[in-house]
Design a protein around this ligand. Sequence first.
Ligand SMILES: NC(=O)C1=CN([C@@H]2O[C@H](COP(=O)(O)OP(=O)(O)OC[C@H]3O[C@@H](n4cnc5c(N)ncnc54)[C@H](O)[C@@H]3O)[C@@H](O)[C@H]2O)[C@H](O)CC1
Length: 226
Amino acid sequence: MSIRYLTAKLAQQIDEELMSTAGAFSLDQLMELAGLACAQTLATVYNKEKYPRVLVCCGPGNQGGDGLVAARHLGLFGYKPTIWIPKPGSKDIYKRLHAQCENMHIPTLPTNEPNLAENTLSTALASSDVVLDAIFGFSFKPPVRAPFDAALRLISHAGIPIVSVDIPSGWDVEHGDAGGIGLNPDALVSLTAPKEGVRGFIGRHFLGGRFVPKWAFIFYFIENFA
Ligand SMILES: NC(=O)C1=CN([C@@H]2O[C@H](COP(=O)(O)OP(=O)(O)OC[C@H]3O[C@@H](n4cnc5c(N)ncnc54)[C@H](O)[C@@H]3O)[C@@H](O)[C@H]2O)[C@H](O)CC1
């Protein structure tokens, strides 16, 4: 099989193109599909009877938005999601997605005092069954800054399954877990356009044999993208 890999820059360009050409998808649409795919993946692998308590860890970028959408769908599927979001994104879409979760009474862990982000995360991990890692996606640039550096260590050592969105958080998109604190998820959901999927992160790290999660899902959620 001949595989051509996407660079982080190209992945961002595809994203921009999807939202700027004629008949473009809006960011809201893409994020809704992405977040739903994440929730469906988690539900496929970790059933709500055995793994009801999902800790949804959200970063400050669009991937954090995917996490908020996933939290809402997980709530609708009958899970008990809790959101950890130490640096909420400033975009309007992010605020709306978070408000939607609050309207559904999905709890958000308090993180507004020094060290609280870490302490609350630690406590929450101890009472969770599975983590949805929506911290960093294809715009991550190492090294990991606080409070996410400590958070990644806590999540890694929590001893509960991890489902990562797009790229395991802490991994350099092109060079893998170069910093040594990236997550090693049990399941990975790649959110991408058709034909580019296996050429992206999964192609580079999974098919290349450097990263072998138990499960890997590729969601081709934009069917007419060429
Ligand atoms: N492919 C698609 O069609 C879609 C993908 N989506 C998801 O969006 C992310 C990419 O989103 P983006 O906003 O570009 O970036 P990130 O979420 O990766 O985060 C950027 C965010 O993180 C901060 N940051 C970067 N490096 C560091 C660091 N070392 N330490 C701390 N913080 C860092 C940065 O400042 C930004 O605030 C993609 O992976 C998909 O998950 C969309 O849903 C749309 C559809």
